[in-house]
Design a protein around this ligand. Structure first.
Ligand SMILES: [Zn+2]
Length: 138
């Protein structure tokens, strides 16, 4: 998908927070999109993080500035909204499966790079059959 003229949404005005009830007692997973600065200890190339808690109050976050930086590189292939959606799908899968496992290909690949962006732009980036099998067992 090529765009003749790059159109940008001013995402920096938005603060995203998508979560469940937020109470550990409910054991509802929580997902945030972080638009601000990241603290130390976050892998330089990570687009998101999932924290699996012993009490199953799993939490995840997507690093919006890094997703936008990736869109700056690959914006000729994919728009920011779709790219963000794929990163969210990846982190949500970790939350729901209570697992940090990755697949050698597809949405659950550990490192999202140009081949994945290209497949995503063509709507061909999917969960693998083994991802779906694990999900169906949960
Ligand atoms: Zn992951």
């Amino acid at each position: 998908m090529r765009r003749s003229k790059k159109q940008r949404t001013c995402w920096s005005r938005y603060a995203f927070r998508w979560s469940g009830a937020g109470s550990p007692a409910t054991q509802v997973p929580e997902m945030r999109i972080i638009a601000g600065q990241l603290g130390p200890g976050i892998t330089e190339s990570a687009l998101g993080i999932t924290i699996l808690a012993a009490d199953h109050h799993n939490r995840g976050a997507v690093f919006f500035a890094r997703v936008r930086a990736m869109e700056d590189v690959y914006g000729y292939l994919i728009d920011l909204g779709r790219l963000l959606g794929y990163v969210l799908a990846h982190e949500i899968e970790h939350l729901l499966l209570n697992s940090k496992a990755h697949s050698p290909e597809g949405i659950m690949i550990a490192n999202f790079a140009e081949p994945e962006v290209l497949r995503a732009s063509q709507r061909r980036l999917r969960f693998t059959p083994s991802d779906r099998e694990i999900f169906s067992r949960k």
